[in-house]
Ligand binder design. Sequence first.
Ligand SMILES: *Cc1c(COP(=O)(O)O)cnc(C)c1O
Length: 379
Amino acid sequence: MFVKMRFEELPTPCYVVDEALVEKNVKILNGIMKRTGAKIVLAQKAFSMSTMYPLIGKYLTGTTASGLYEARLGHEEMGKENHIFAPAYREDEIDEIVSICDHIIFNSFSQLEKFKQRALDAGSKVGLRINPECSTQVGHEIYDPCSPGSRFGVKQEDVRQELLDGVSGLHFHTLCQQNSDDLETTLDAVEEKFGQWLPQMEWINFGGGHHITRDDYDIPRLEACIKRMQDKYGLEVYLEPGEAIALNAGYLVTTVLDLHKNGIDIAILDTSATCHMPDVLEMPYRPPLFGSGEPGEKPFTYRLGGPTCLTGDVIGDYSFDQPLKSGDRLVFGDMAIYSMVKTNTFNGMPLPAIATKHQDGDCQVVRQFGYQDFKTRLA
Ligand SMILES: *Cc1c(COP(=O)(O)O)cnc(C)c1O
């Protein structure tokens, strides 16, 4: 099958996920689980590289999904607790979903009325997503489920007490790359608005967006938040981070194809922002690049762009100690999350290969893509 090779020998473009770094992250999460009794599941939306699931499953409680396909993947490849939340479920999918998911979270009372009994009959636990109307992120509306007009969760004023029968848990997800002080603020709002229903619940799910594996994350404060819900209401506490599992645990390796000039120096890479790291444009953010500096910081500054026809397919401006030349390899960091899961073949771009960097330092390509992947997605 796929041979082992050195990092320098990988084809480009290629995502490389570092097993040792994923394990370091999930060990941190496992420490929280052990100290508090909380359960932590992988939100597959951020990271769905199923060959890593056996490793992740050694430390976490299971998976959560945003729809049938992620639910199937978690069921088949991790096979532990399998949660799901979707803004609305499809009639033609719900039976399969309840057969493979043990926690089904609904976004509205109409969904609850429609499907609750089928979930309960299948032996699944039923949860309701709430909207605590507590925005803790500024200038980040597309990532704020509490923003005005958001389609996520039931507000306090819309709770229909008579339909809570059979609902064993409440779920909120309001954070994005945030620390535990914002979780604490959110819990205050959850208690203020939904506290009257907490004693009748068995579990509460704090959602994702907890940047737990970031260096400055305040873990003791998170553990205090978990304990607060356990002690005050006797609740089982779930967290479902995505980013935190593979934060800073992957790379995107690319090759410089050509150099160009237009007032500034430009390098054309064999990877594309819009196809291979769309969050660079959508979020937006500037991915770290090994051996580089801010523009002007080192002597040679380049604008790094992709090989598509989109003018805005630009990763950013970076500076280097030496001039770039075609054939140079560049390595972007933090490329495991919200990158591989969001790729597309716009402009006929090839999809990057996917490789694992093993604990011993050797690399192995686990998946390669070709022309057929482009063609068959379009007709
Ligand atoms: C996106 C999402 C998560 C994971 O969020 P991260 O920011 O990757 O930690 C968890 N739960 C729900 C409902 C989500 O939408």
